[in-house]
Design a protein around this ligand. Structure first.
Ligand SMILES: Nc1ncnc2c1ncn2[C@@H]1O[C@H](COP(=O)(O)OP(=O)(O)OP(=O)(O)O)[C@@H](O)[C@H]1O
Length: 258
């Protein structure tokens, strides 16, 4: 299940624009890695390149390697659709299919892959909703539309949908930015639970959140206007927040810029 990433000399482009310069980073399994840094430094761009979502933007491309347990996800024989199945993604705004039932939302990926056995689909729906800490709140209304849930519930529904296909990695792009503090805490607790089974990478603007949920933190920065973003340092979260190696990191986490 949980796999490790080794990102090697990754450069990311939007057409001619060099957005991210030469990232080297190891992401251990069963661990939460947080990406922090000022707006525009490339956190989401790096995240999207970890499951080949970046290349769906016209003109967008990457150079370098992204190894998942040693296998390059950009190798010529690799199917990007399969990569996106094994490396799931949760977005800033919860995006359930609004008119589809809660149960069908969770198993949408399996249905798409051709699974038809109702008993199996029901079992996966229950297991995934339990895994996303949502089962008790929705078990009596599984046939009601996903769009009828609160924002925090919808985000947990999206997490249930992501884990239903048993991915190796979960990528989360500011998953709490549209949520109230209580729903945010529910998602943070869930992330702590999920890391027992998954490798998790989370982009967050919230320093306290990075400090609360992550094991290692990667700080990205822009060296100047029009320059590519780059990884400044990565270390244990405790170290980054107490004694970072770089002055730019210290300035950022202490609120002196960004
Ligand atoms: N679809 C796109 N086309 C062209 N350039 C893009 C696109 N998406 C992002 N960029 C550019 O790439 C750079 C990195 O953007 P990205 O969204 O990855 O930064 P970020 O650190 O996630 O920012 P934020 O914290 O504001 O979400 C920025 O200069 C941005 O303008």
């Amino acid at each position: 299940m949980a796999k490790r990433f080794d990102i090697k000399d990754l450069n990311i482009y939007y057409g001619k624009f060099h957005a991210v310069n030469s990232v080297n980073l190891a992401v251990p399994p069963r661990n939460v890695t947080a990406f922090i840094g000022p707006s525009g430094c490339g956190k989401s761009t790096v995240l999207r390149s970890l499951n080949r979502m970046h290349e769906v933007i016209p003109g967008a491309r990457v150079e370098g390697k992204v190894l998942l347990d040693g296998e390059d996800i950009y190798a010529s024989n690799v199917d990007p659709v399969e990569v996106r199945r094994t490396i799931g993604m949760v977005f800033q705004r919860p995006n359930p299919f609004p008119t589809m039932s809660i149960r069908d939302n969770v198993v949408a990926g399996l249905r798409l892959a051709g699974v038809k056995n109702k008993k199996h689909l029901d079992e996966v729906a229950e297991r995934s909703l339990r895994g996303a800490n949502l089962w008790n709140e929705v078990k009596d209304r599984l046939d009601r539309p996903g769009g009828g849930l609160s924002g925090g519930q919808q985000q947990r529904l999206c997490i249930a949908r992501a884990i239903a296909v048993q991915p190796d990695v979960l990528l989360m792009d500011e998953p709490c930015s549209a949520l109230d503090p209580i729903s945010t805490l529910a998602i943070e607790d869930l992330i702590t639970e999920l890391k027992k089974e998954y490798t998790i990478v989370i982009v967050t603007h919230n320093m306290q959140q990075a400090a609360r949920v992550s094991d290692q933190t990667a700080f990205f920065n822009l060296l100047g206007v029009g320059q590519p973003g780059q990884l400044i340092e990565v270390d244990d979260t405790e170290k980054i927040f107490s004694n970072p190696g770089q002055k730019a990191t210290e300035d950022y986490i202490s609120g002196r810029f960004g």
